[in-house]
Design a protein around this ligand. Structure first.
Ligand SMILES: NC(=O)c1ccc[n+]([C@@H]2O[C@H](COP(=O)([O-])OP(=O)(O)OC[C@H]3O[C@@H](n4cnc5c(N)ncnc54)[C@H](OP(=O)(O)O)[C@@H]3O)[C@@H](O)[C@H]2O)c1
Length: 336
């Protein structure tokens, strides 16, 4: 089978490879991959920031969708012909994760899905919503489930809540869509007025350009009549965490999800955390149970993930370069 692999770090080090089609063992399924989708994480894995101890060769990319084409012995959760997605953290089925389940992620440290076939344990497979195309369904395992985990599973968003999402990246657009189907008001920040307009077409109620309005937390307080938002989805990390805490209401919630502006927050202000008593929740992927619940909601609401661009499999390296350039609105998928 054809693969894309890295044997050292760097986008320019991604090469095509050939491996034998793997055979499914007991309780495993052979999946013919139909589409994958790229995350910020996949880029970080390839560049060597995500896991400097990564061993090689590695087939990158955690998120994808495919068709079950063969079953190992005693496999009963899926059937040949099912359209399925592997979960991002293969061993995290339900409940709180432990060290083993949380780090059982594919695309690093173990091989991912940028290949024609993959063998996956049946416990790590979910059926995908029927109305989605392959390239849409491929966007769900990491970005979708992470947003669902933050906004719904832990965040318990309610009708009339105000949720702030930072930027219009993958996680944030899913968070926007999930908050809206639960009846929340959504404030989106973005560096681009054009993207804010697109976010409003997806249902956002209010947009703040963080370039022309760098004190965006003040605009959130103004919009919420001085109370603050119920929940801030922080994907930026170091440079925004103080603003996220400033923007949240007393007793509200900040989901700490990403590190787009860095990991170490110098000048992190502890006082407002003491005074406002927000829940600061770390979010790291999600369980299969969350994935399945999210898929039911996506199906019931006929939600459509936002796709920026689809590349053919042969142009996978160009897809990574395109990701690296930034300035997207929605996901980058690769169709096999
Ligand atoms: N914890 C987890 O399980 C988990 C899962 C998935 C992702 N993540 C992390 O979450 C972060 C986002 O991932 P992603 O896949 O959504 O990334 P992405 O799709 O690459 O999103 C990038 C977007 O973030 C926005 N942005 C960048 N700097 C910003 C700033 N200073 N203020 C506000 N928005 C800013 C920009 O939006 P505009 O262009 O609109 O300005 C940019 O387009 C990454 O750090 C990723 O590693 C974590």
């Amino acid at each position: 089978m054809k693969t894309f692999e890295i044997k050292q770090f760097g986008i320019d080090s991604i090469t095509t490879g050939e491996r034998p089609v793997p055979a499914p063992g007991p309780r495993e399924a052979l999946i013919r991959i139909r589409a994958v989708s790229l995350n910020f994480r996949d880029l970080s894995v390839v560049k060597g920031f995500y896991n400097p101890n990564q061993t090689f060769p590695l087939i990158p990319v955690s998120d994808g969708v495919g068709e079950v084409v063969a079953l190992g012995e005693n496999t009963s959760r899926v059937e040949v012909g099912d359209r399925v997605s592997p979960t991002y953290a293969h061993k995290w089925i339900a409940g709180a994760p432990d060290r083993t389940t949380l780090y059982s992620t594919i695309g690093s440290p173990t091989d991912g899905l940028l290949a024609e076939y993959a063998v996956v344990h049946e416990d790590a497979l979910v059926l995908v919503p029927e109305h989605l195309t392959d390239e849409e369904a491929a966007t769900l395992p990491c970005a979708g489930v992470t947003a669902w985990h933050a906004v719904v599973a832990e965040g318990k968003v309610g009708a009339g809540d105000t949720v702030v999402v930072q930027g219009t990246g993958s996680v944030s657009l899913f968070a926007l869509q999930f908050a809206k189907i639960h009846g929340a008001k959504v404030i989106v920040t973005s560096g681009s007025d054009e993207k804010l307009t697109k976010a409003k077409m997806l249902g956002a109620d209010f947009g703040i350009n963080y370039n022309t309005n760098p004190d965006w937390e003040k605009a959130v307080l103004e919009y919420t009549k001085g109370l603050g938002a119920d929940h801030v989805i922080d994907v930026c990390g170091a440079r925004t965490i103080n603003q996220s805490v400033a923007a949240v209401r007393i007793g509200g919630r900040v989901s700490v999800i990403g590190i787009l502006t860095g990991m170490v927050a110098e000048g992190f202000n502890i006082l407002p955390i003491m005074l406002k008593k927000p829940t600061i929740q770390g979010i790291n992927g999600g369980s299969r149970e969350m994935f399945e619940t999210m898929n039911r909601a996506i199906d019931a609401n006929k939600l459509q993930p936002v796709i920026d661009r689809v590349f053919p499999f042969e142009q996978s390296i160009e897809a990574f370069r395109y990701m690296d350039k930034g300035n997207r609105f929605g996901k980058v998928s690769i169709k096999l």
